[in-house]
Ligand binder design. Structure first.
Ligand code: R5P
Length: 285
């Protein structure tokens, strides 16, 4: 297998290639004078099984991913898999207001147009899977995330809302500790109230888990509540650390540990999903 790294997933692609004993392709990237993107896969992919690993976090990432998928196929790859560690634009799976596009349908249909298979990691909105007509695997990395915290003496896991409770519960089961969730109540369009479950948090080591941290607003509110209720150690984890507007800089000083996965490369990408992706590509899960 040949792993082709997109610019958005250089570190993770290298780890996957190493883990699988696969070739990591060389890719040339540049911009034309008018700003348009140019990519070229320098490694010969003729007749090979190819996996292109790249996010769709930004519009440019999306264009690069499509170009690399097409480049592999144009060069004669026998099978092309698109691996999206972070599937950006997966939030809008329906028209909420007249005139809007179904963004996640557009992304899925475009990507599958240039690939034989799609692999994603914990896509935020699973409705998107229904738009695919080719095989689309949405990998769960709950076990990998849980194992990272195994020896950290966590007393309990807390989800910042009931929507994420399922994930918190599964992690808690793996670690043999309890899980709870914060009750979120929308007061009006701008105000959301958060209420902790009625248990004693004082002196406890708490792990807050979410699937994604974007603006950080949800996590910051949850951390403040826990501090006010006497938690002694607060760790925060998510699969995807988007950290819009550098929100990691606000969260970091508030907590004892901030650990997200490497689906998006960053300073806090301490949990690697390379093993999960390698197993999926090898057909082991
Ligand atoms: C909500 O459905 C998600 O699980 C996250 O809690 C949310 O997307 C986090 O967003 P932010 O970091 O902007 O509060």
């Amino acid at each position: 297998m040949i792993i082709v790294p997109a610019g958005s997933s250089l570190g993770l692609a290298a780890k996957v290639a190493k883990e699988m004993g696969a070739t990591l392709a060389d890719v040339e990237r540049k911009r034309f004078p008018d700003g348009e993107m140019y990519v070229r896969i320098l490694t010969d992919t003729k007749g090979a099984e190819v996996a292109v690993i790249g996010n769709t976090r930004s519009d440019a990432d999306f264009v690069e991913l499509l170009f690399l998928l097409n480049a592999a196929r144009e060069a004669g790859a026998s099978h092309v898999t698109a691996v999206l560690p972070y599937f950006g634009y997966s939030r809008q799976h329906m028209v909420y207001k007249p005139g809007e596009p179904v963004s996640s349908k557009v992304m899925t249909r475009a990507i599958e147009n240039f690939s034989d298979r799609i692999i994603c990691v914990e896509m935020h909105d699973e409705e998107t899977i229904g738009f695919a007509s080719h095989p689309l695997d949405n990998l769960s990395v709950i076990r990998t995330s849980s194992e990272y915290f195994r020896d950290m003496k966590i007393d309990l896991i807390l989800s910042p809302d009931d929507g994420g409770y399922g994930r918190a519960k599964k992690m808690a089961e793996i670690l043999s500790i309890p899980a709870y969730y914060i009750n979120k109540k929308r007061i009006d369009a701008r105000t959301v109230e958060m209420h902790l479950p009625e248990i004693d948090f004082s002196g406890k080591s708490i792990l807050i888990v979410d699937d994604i941290i974007s603006t950080g607003g949800t996590i910051i509110k949850a951390v403040k509540l826990l501090k006010d209720n006497g938690a002694s150690r607060i760790s925060v984890s998510a699969v995807h650390g988007v950290f819009a507007k550098d929100s990691d800089k606000i969260i970091e000083p508030l907590v004892d540990l901030l650990a997200v996965s490497d689906t998006i490369d960053g300073d806090h990408s301490l949990i690697s999903v390379a093993g999960d992706i390698s197993r999926a590509l090898a057909g082991d899960e």
